[in-house]
Structures are given as C-alpha cells and as structure tokens.
Design a protein around this ligand. Sequence first.
Ligand SMILES: [Zn+2]
Length: 152
Amino acid sequence: MTLAHDVPTQQSPAPASPPPPASPRLVAAVVRGQRIAVPCPEWCVRSHSEERLADLSDLYHEGETLALAAPEFGGVSEVMVAALRQDPFHRDEDSGMPYLGFDATGGGNPTSLQEHAALAFIDQAIAHFEKMRDQVRQLAEARRVAEQQTAG
Ligand SMILES: [Zn+2]
C-alpha cells in the first residue's frame, strides 16, 4: 500500500502549448482591377470582395460597429462610434496592428486607440455620465421648486 506522502512529487505537466495559429482566412480583394487574396481576421465584417481599391494600403479590416444614439437639437446623432480596426498594409504608428477605431462625434474620422488609452477614456466617460446623472437629479429638484413657485 502506498501512502499519499510516499508518492514521489510529480512535476505538473508542462502547460499545453497553445494551438498553432489557425491559417488566416483568405478573402478576395480587388485592387486596381486585380483580384488578390488577402488574409482577413475572424472579427472583420467588411465585404472586401465588393470594394474597389486604388491601392492595397486602402484596405482595412473592421469589426462590428458600436454607436450611441444621442439626442440633439432637431433629432438624434450617432456618436461615440467604436469598432475594432486594422490597416494591415498601412505602416503608420499602429504598424499595421489592430486598434480600436474611435469616432467621438460620428463625423467619420476615427482615431486609433490602444487598450490603455481606450480604457482610460472609458473611465472618463463613465465619470462624465455619473456627473450627468447628478445633473438630472438636480434638474428634478429644480423643476419641483419651480412648480411650487408657479403654483403658489
Ligand atoms: Zn477584413
């Protein structure tokens, strides 16, 4: 009979090595009339085959878009537009790596945010909306006071 403390210490098995990256999904893109195959990440929802690109550097990947419908004078605007993006053939500050495309005004000119900057902004936005909530409470009180004065 072997007691548990007699069992030689076993080394924990080596952590399973991560599975090899799946082969990238290849999609057709049309650049200057030429159909070419380009790798496209799983999160991309663009229809590259329907795009007619003047240059390969115009190709970008984009995930599902989030937008906030915000009331404004005379209607509603979509603001705080965010989507995962990647410009794989564009060698700028993002070096072709994925980023969060963020367009505060919905004007169509997203800036690129990496995780830390995006999370810092989200924290600021949450604090902003909490202050707006305080303003709404203040509004309710201001209306109550105004209604009493009007009634009296
Ligand atoms: Zn894509």
